[in-house]
Structures are given as C-alpha cells and as structure tokens.
Design a binder for this molecule. Structure first.
Ligand code: PMP
Length: 283
C-alpha cells in the first residue's frame, strides 16, 4: 500500500510529496514542528503536544494554517490511511513560500505538512532491556530552545558525534558544565532513590514525555527534584534515563566512559517505564 502524506490541504503519495524551493522552512528554518507517538492507534499526549505547537507558533509569530480541530482530523486520517498501529506523526508548520528575504513576507499562507511512519514496540522493548549509551557534547544551540523550531543543526551535529562514538544519544553541556538535555530527548539521573531532571527554562525543550512522566511519578510518590546536574553527579548516579515521544522512557547505561549501574539497566527503569505507559494509556 502506498504511504500517504498530507501537504498543504492534500493527501498525496509520500514519495512524491514536495514543497516549493522558496519555502521559508527550507531556506531559513523559519518554522516549528511536533512529533506525536501513536500507540495502539491512539495519539499519545495529543492535547499537550498541540498546546506546545500553538505556543511555538505564537513565539515565532506564525498563524496556524488550519483550526485546532482540523489537526486532529488530519492526523487521524493519516493514521487510518497508513494503517499505523504503533508509530510516529511528524507535523511541520513554516511561515510559507515567499521570495527570499529575511523580513516576514506579507499575506503568505503558512505551509503545513504532516507525515506518519510505523515503528515497532518490539524494537523499543529490546532496546530498553539493553539501555543506551550517551556521548557528552557541547550545547551549541541558540537561546530559545524552548521553542520547537526547525533550527536543528546543532542537535544534528551532536547526534552524529554520538553515533560516531558508538553511542545512541548526545547529552549537551552548557557553558557552566551542566547537562541541558539530549539532542532530541530530556535527560534524567537517579541518585540514591532521588530522581533528578533539568528544570524547564529557555535552555531546554519542555518535553511532553517529561511532563507526563513527572505527573505519573508524583502519583506514585517518587522523590523527584528538578535541578541542574553535571558530570560529577552522573558519576554518582545509580541509574540514568532519557525521555521523548520517540523513545518513551529509555534507560542509559553509559555516559562517555562512566558506566551507570555497572552498565546494566536498574530497577527504577521498569518502574518509570511502567508508570509512564500506564499513565498515557489511561488518558
Ligand atoms: N528535548 C529536545 C531537544 C527534543 O528534540 C525532544 C524531542 N522532540 C525532547 C526534548 C523530548 O520532547 P518530547 O517528550 O515532547 O518528545
């Protein structure tokens, strides 16, 4: 069956889908995006992701090209048309197509594309059992990474460095030596039953998975602290994790040369993953 994408009001063959060469997303990274997980045909944390999309649009002064209800309608259509049981939805809005000029164009309609892809929960669970390795890199991003913009070159380079060093994710360091977050995930460590994650600010993306996990853990009365942590803290960590819509809760077993929990996933990994899975499925 042909994979179907949504491009500016039309459903089309994914392989043939295209946007104009003067789309401002292409030329200036002048746009924002969201990634939604689909689990058992259900969109995970839909309301929070949509809320973040509208916040991102507002911060870069782009009007939504369609109304709120239309997003849900199109995403559901794509899930159905592409027969997605478990997978991901990628949604991107740019300022639209206009002759190349830095200032905002007048009367240009924002562009919207939405795509879907299938993922395997078996792959997730087998990766989870082993845990992932993380490479430390510098955080080279701009000062408003709380906005989910298309401006992704620094995380692309960070992730590539991780891959070239046999790792799966990069944790980025700010100028004071604190971990901000992963290249495409939020970062967590656990020291003596205390779970620590970087506080939300303009220096991290306020992950929706992070938010859901925090809510789920509060209900379970897990001791959680939102504070910055550095490499010394990582050396003292009993466990570590990343969270994102694509990875859910994923344990980390090595950060640079530091083995976490002797290089094996710990007891809390399952507790956190189960709490998160339970919370999103009850919603
Ligand atoms: N931080 C960054 C930099 C990211 O790119 C992502 C993934 N979009 C996250 C955190 C996790 O956010 P979410 O849980 O909403 O996927």
């Amino acid at each position: 069956m042909t994979r179907i994408a949504y491009v500016n009001g039309k459903y089309c063959d994914h392989d043939l889908a295209h946007v104009h060469i003067e789309d401002r997303g292409y030329q200036f990274a002048d746009g924002v995006y969201e990634v939604f997980a689909v689990l058992n045909k259900k969109i995970v944390d839909y309301d929070d992701h949509l809320k973040r999309l509208y916040r991102s649009l507002n911060e870069i002064k782009v009007k939504s090209p369609i109304c709120k209800d239309a997003f849900l309608f199109i995403i559901r259509n794509l899930i159905r048309k592409n027969n997605v049981t478990n997978g991901l939805i990628y949604l991107q809005v740019t300022r639209g197509v206009a002759e190349r000029d830095f200032k905002f164009p007048k009367n240009t309609k924002p562009s919207l594309i939405i795509t879907s892809k299938k993922t395997s929960m078996d792959d997730y669970f087998s990766k989870f059992k082993k845990g992932i390795k993380v490479k430390i890199t510098d955080d080279l991003r701009w000062k408003r990474v709380d906005i989910k913009t298309l401006n992704l070159l620094p995380p692309v380079l960070a992730k590539q460095k991780a891959i070239e060093n046999g790792c799966d994710e990069a944790w980025m360091l700010d100028s004071e030596g604190f971990i901000t977050e992963g290249s495409s995930s939020n970062a967590w460590i656990l020291i003596k039953n205390k779970l620590i994650t970087t506080p939300a600010s303009n220096s991290i993306l306020k992950g929706i998975t992070r938010l859901s996990l925090i809510k789920a853990l509060k209900k379970k009365k897990i001791n959680l602290v939102e504070k910055k942590f550095n490499i010394n803290d990582i050396k003292n960590a009993d466990e570590a994790f990343i969270t994102s819509a694509t990875q859910f809760v994923m344990p980390v077993v090595k950060v640079d040369n530091i083995k976490i929990g002797k290089g094996k996933i710990g007891n809390y990994a399952n507790i956190f993953k189960d709490a998160y899975m339970e919370a999103i499925q009850l919603k």
